[in-house]
Each structure stands twice: as C-alpha cells, then as structure tokens.
Ligand binder design. Structure first.
Ligand code: SF4
Length: 375
C-alpha cells in the first residue's frame, strides 16, 4: 500500500475533531505508554495539553533522545546550485512568477568554490538544492555536480524536484545517499491553491517520491511540512504518519523530519496560522515519543534562542552558517535568497555553543568506504 492510500484513511475533518475532543485523562494515558499508537500520538498533539503535561512530555522526549542519540548533533549545510524554477509556489521567493529575481545556476568553478568554502568550515555532509527546471539543473546536471563534489564530502543529499525511481537510482550510483523532500502541506484541497502551476502541482507524484527514493536504495530520507501553510496540527500528524510508514517499509533507511515554520510576511505570503514556540515544542516532543528513532532536524530558519532551547528535547541534526542563494557563500550573490535565515551564527560558533552545553558536533557519521566506495 502506498502512503497515498494510507493518507485517505485519516480524513482531515475527523482528525481535527478528535484533536479537540481529547480529555486531560487521554493525554495522561498517552504519556504513560512505552510505545505510542496512532491514537496516542493524536492525544499528544492535542491543543488541550496543559502546562504540566507539556513539561512531562518534554522530560520524556529529552530522556528518549539522550538514550537513542547520546549528546550529539549532526551538522550539515545547504549548497544552493540553482534558483531557476517552473513552479508557482505561492510562498517561495524562487517562484516562476517572481520576475524580479536574478536567476542563476552555478557553473563548475562556482560549484567547486562553494564546496571548498563549506569544506574549509568543517562540513562533510551537505545538502544540494535546486528549483525545478530540468533544462538548467536536471538529473544530468546533478550527476555532474556530485562528481565534482564527492571527493570532499562523505555524505551528499539532494533537496530538489521529485524524480522517478530510475533517476534516484542513477544519482545513488554516483554518490547521492540522501533525499530531503517536503510535501509542504498534506491538505489535498489546499495544495492546488498553493501550487497553481508547474509540475509541483501534482500532489500524489510528490507525496510518493520518498517511496521511490527508498526503493532506489537511498540511505537517508527527510520529509516535512511547511508549518503555517495549512492547519499545522493535521500537517504535523500526517508528517508523523508518513515518517512511520517510511520507517516500516524501508527499515534500513534513516528517516528524519524537519519543522520549517512559515513566518508572517515571508515573501509577502501570509501564513494561515502562526505556529508559536510552545506549539512547535509540543509537536517536536510528541514526534519524539511517537518515533523514538527518527532524526529531527531544525534549520537556521529558526532563531538562535529557540534552537538552543529545543536542543535537548529531541533535535538530532542542525544546519549552520547557511546561505539560501546560489553562489552566496563565496560570491556576491547575497540577494535572491529562497527564505530569510534567523540564526546567523557561524558553524564554529555553533560548535562552541554545543560544546558548552555538553554536546558534540558531528561533522561526519558516514563514509562511502563502509560500502566499499571511495570517499
Ligand atoms: S518551493 Fe521549490 S518548487 Fe516551489 S517555487 Fe520554490 S524552488 Fe520552486
């Protein structure tokens, strides 16, 4: 059964009703479980949770994270290769109808320069990003970029456009080991409104892309919803359900979840709901209890203060020193960012902060040599 079929079994209207009908006793019962059912997960996401229960939830999340992951945080950096895009996502600065944006796709020298910059800062895990414009930055281009960068990095992931299983396999063969692909919202009625044109308007093709990546053998798969686009609670629930589905089906693959929050007025797009720090904290902790082994990622989109506070509650990976414009690390392309960064600390500052809090920054946890591949 594909995740699309599973999704149909949890209509959003029923889910919203259940989330608001939860009693304090239901939440207490869910908090006492060793292994959470889907019904327990719904209880822990409920807005009916009180402050004492939230504190208990945070304590359990902290304990599980320490047991499963120790005091380590894996650091990675995004490398934007191209901002060309044929899609019309309403909330994104790279949207095809943003005619003021200077479009750019990095050439070989620029890719190497950006890669050298990140390597000098200590990164060995990087995430390669493009929009969706196959003639400018398609599978051939990505394959070539990976060949240019693979000598310097032990893990290369992509956050690009959804592909066929064969194309994921092609990239896996040249050294891509991870995929990040966010559904943005799992609300099938809202989705077409936010993605009015371009290939991304195909909800199901995007939704099933992580499955195709799993079938192609990618070792890391990251999913998430852009919180605030739709109803954040139902999107958080579906994200957890999706991650659990992928973990069961591809048990050798490490599945992780990101929590990008849409901000007011970002790119002129007004979020449907503003997710508060308290709400974000609750859903991160609820996901930790529901999926004890999932990676939980917090990017530089969030403020330094919030990232520091959420550190002990379940986060396992962080980006650092990020730039979201192609060529932005080494060139003068400061404008044309996909979204604004809130945490501007350098990778070294993040490493020092982690050390002060008793955490170890992990720059590398994988080597191609484990599979007999050259690093
Ligand atoms: S979110 Fe991605 S697909 Fe949509 S406009 Fe931005 S770059 Fe293009």
């Amino acid at each position: 059964m594909s995740f699309y079929t599973l999704l149909q079994q949890y209509p959003a209207s029923d889910l919203k009703k259940r989330l608001y009908e939860i009693s304090p006793e239901d939440i207490d019962r869910a908090l006492s479980q060793q292994k959470l059912s889907v019904a327990d997960f719904i209880c822990l996401l409920s807005p009916k949770i009180n402050n004492d229960q939230l504190e208990t939830l945070a304590g359990i999340a902290h304990r599980i994270t320490s047991q499963r992951f120790g005091r380590t945080i894996q650091l990675y950096a995004p490398l934007y290769l191209s901002n060309e895009c044929h899609n019309g996502c309403k909330y994104c600065g790279f949207s095809a109808d943003n005619h003021d944006l200077r479009r750019k796709t990095l050439n070989d020298d620029e890719i190497l320069r950006e890669g050298d910059h990140l390597h000098r800062q200590g990164f060995r895990h990087i995430l390669l990003l493009t929009g969706e414009a196959p003639e400018a930055a398609g599978v051939d281009y990505l394959e070539h970029a990976v060949k240019l960068l693979s000598a310097k990095f032990s893990s290369l992931s992509i956050e690009v456009f959804p592909m066929s299983r064969d194309d994921y396999q092609r990239l896996e063969h040249v050294g891509i080991d991870g995929l990040a692909l966010y559904q943005e919202t799992y609300d099938q009625r809202l989705y077409p409104e936010l993605h009015p044109f371009g290939p991304k308007s195909d909800f199901r093709y995007r939704l099933e892309a992580p499955e195709r990546a799993g079938e192609a053998g990618l070792r890391r798969i990251g999913i998430g919803a852009l919180l605030g686009l739709g109803d954040y609670l139902t999107d958080a629930f579906y994200t957890g359900l999706h991650a659990r589905y992928l973990m069961h089906r591809f048990w050798r693959t490490q599945v992780s979840i990101s929590f990008p929050r849409l901000r007011p007025a970002e790119g002129g797009f007004a979020p449907r709901s503003i997710v508060t720090d308290r709400q974000l904290t609750q859903l991160i902790c609820a996901l930790r209890l529901f999926l004890p082994d999932a990676g939980l990622i917090l990017s530089t989109r969030e403020s330094a203060e919030l990232r520091d506070n959420l550190l002990p509650l379940g986060i396992t990976q962080m980006s650092a020193g990020s730039c979201t414009a192609p060529g932005g690390y080494e060139g003068d392309e400061g404008d044309g960012e996909q979204f604004a960064i809130s945490d501007h600390r350098s990778p070294e500052e993040i490493r020092v902060l982690l050390a002060e809090r008793g955490y170890e920054a992990v720059w590398k946890d994988w080597d191609g040599a484990f599979l007999g591949q050259p690093e």
